[in-house]
Design a protein around this ligand. Structure first.
Ligand SMILES: Cc1cc2nc3c(=O)[nH]c(=O)nc-3n(C[C@H](O)[C@H](O)[C@H](O)COP(=O)(O)OP(=O)(O)OC[C@H]3O[C@@H](n4cnc5c(N)ncnc54)[C@H](O)[C@@H]3O)c2cc1C
Length: 461
């Protein structure tokens, strides 16, 4: 066992670790970077990058299918080559993971260790045959798919977002357990590739964290493409059957079970903190395993910070990257940046996508705030009509007292991009009129946001 001393140790190369390692190395610190699997973590290898690459293939398939709507005839039947879909995905992901590894190996004051890291004291970590010490340790260990304890799960083959990355064939009938972000993206893309798809959700509606109009809007879009939804599936169980895998749904309506060729479990994620030896370092975790941190991402051990999904403050690449910025700016420039200054922003990358900034109607009602709302169907957005993609709606929510924008939701074409156009005004704490009076490019989805702000009505309580 060799003992090695560093100025900083970084465990995990997700979306915060590599940038932090580079910045600390640039500042002259001797940095250890530890990774037990592929460089770049979830986003690069089995999250954002590969899924959005596959969503792009699925979009191409859908456009080809709809060619005639645009006056484009494709002679003969359209066929998706899953081997080429996977190869394209592997190429894009592979370039990214390779780039991150090269970057880390090239750091002026960095040293890379491959293996599983575990704490061996408040300022010490063991990895393979080394014991590393440092006065600053940064955790960017991320999470993994949750495998729910549903009856029969140990006796059937199932897929997760990780094993989905190896699928280079078309499942005949994919059953997706979980009607939230990951499940919906996979469900729609495989339907577009040509599978029969059933999405099973325990709650009475899809993505139940969102407002009801968002859930019903997405359900409408998915069912129009032939995806079968089984909601209120309260009593799940899985078993093998002669036809494949049978999932008991026990819904209030419909058949008591669904049988498919493949099952994808997409019911949530768990943080990679159970095998990190946190007790040896005096680091507290909550009841779900997320590392407890303060507003500057310090753990209960003053020498250790937690960044990214493992701290439970965000579940996105951009939140993890923002964690890096907060920690680095505070450490190196005493900037006093805080996580609580962050405004919620994310997208669901179905087609059309759902982009969200800030509060929902439900959040506003819960907070007992007085608000104004503007809402418009995408059938009244010129660009959406011109593109032949007019499903969904946009809505904006404004504080009736301060006139500040509280939230914006766009379920519609370019919603993932257009929603950003109110974000800066929200960070700048500007009144909505600052956005309303700006002139925008025609024809875009964003150009309707000022119009929407001119049609505000009181939000019913
Ligand atoms: C299917 C899917 C799609 C997604 N799509 C999006 C999207 O479109 N947009 C978006 O913003 N987010 C998306 N996300 C979420 C996003 O991937 C994560 O929020 C993001 O990767 C941030 O993760 P992280 O930085 O916390 O760590 P991760 O990326 O999870 O990386 C953690 C790293 O730590 C390593 N590690 C863990 N424990 C140890 C240990 N003890 N020793 C050594 N190494 C260790 C792991 O091997 C891993 O490489 C998606 C997630 C999934 C699953």
């Amino acid at each position: 066992m060799s003992e090695l001393a560093f100025d900083a140790i970084i465990i995990g190369t997700g979306q915060a670790g590599p940038s932090l390692a580079a910045r600390l190395s640039h500042a002259g610190m001797k940095v250890a970077v530890i990774e037990r699997d592929k460089f770049g973590g979830t986003c690069v290898n089995n999250g954002c990058t590969p899924t959005k690459t596959m969503v792009a293939s699925a979009y191409a398939a859908q456009l080809a299918r709809r060619g005639a709507d645009y006056g484009v005839d494709i002679p003969g039947p359209m066929r998706v080559d899953m081997k080429r879909v996977k190869a394209r995905k592997d190429e894009v992901s592979g370039r990214s993971t390779h780039g991150i590894e090269q970057w880390m190996r090239g750091l002026a004051h960095g040293q890379v260790f491959l293996g599983h890291a575990r704490f061996d004291g408040p300022q010490a970590v063991r990895v393979v045959e080394h014991r590393l010490t440092a006065p600053r340790i940064f955790l960017n260990v991320g999470g993994r798919p949750l495998v729910p304890k549903i009856p029969g799960v140990d006796d059937v083959p199932y897929l997760t977002n990780v094993s989905m990355m190896d699928v280079d064939f078309l499942p005949e009938h994919l059953i997706v357990v979980g009607g939230s972000y990951i499940g919906l993206e996979f469900g729609q893309m495989f339907r577009r590739f040509g599978s029969r798809v059933t999405i099973i959700e325990m709650a009475p509606r899809l993505i139940a964290r969102e407002d009801e109009d968002v859930s019903s809007g997405i359900a409408e879009i998915l069912t129009a493409e032939g995806i079968e939804l089984r909601l209120n599936a309260k009593c799940l169980a899985v078993s093998r059957s002669a036809q494949g895998i049978e999932v008991q749904v026990d819904c209030q309506e419909g058949a008591p079970s669904v049988t498919g060729s493949h099952v994808l479990l997409a019911v949530g994620r768990v943080p990679n903190t159970d095998d990190l030896g946190v007790d040896a370092a005096g680091i507290e975790v909550d009841e779900r395993g997320y590392i407890k941190v303060d507003d500057e991402l310090r753990t209960t051990n003053p020498h250790v910070w937690a960044l990214g999904d493992c701290n439970g403050k965000g579940a996105f690449t951009h939140t993890s990257y923002n964690d890096y910025e907060i920690v680095a700016d505070n450490l190196l420039s005493n900037a006093g940046r805080k996580v609580s200054d962050r405004i919620t922003v994310y997208a669901l990358f179905t087609d059309p996508p759902f982009g969200r900034v800030g509060m929902s109607e439900t959040d506003i009602r819960k907070a007992g705030m007085r608000a104004l709302i503007g809402k418009r169907a995408m059938t009244r957005v010129g660009r959406a009509i011109e593109k032949g993609e007019s499903q969904g709606f946009m809505k904006v929510l404004v504080d009736a007292d301060s006139s500040r924008i509280l939230g914006m939701h766009i379920l519609g074409t370019s919603g993932d991009e257009a929603v950003h156009t109110v974000l800066d005004a929200m960070y700048a704490k500007l009144p909505f009129t600052a956005v309303q009076h700006g002139v925008r490019i025609h024809p875009t989805v964003s150009e309707l946001i000022p119009t929407l702000l001119g049609e505000l009505k009181p939000l019913p309580v």
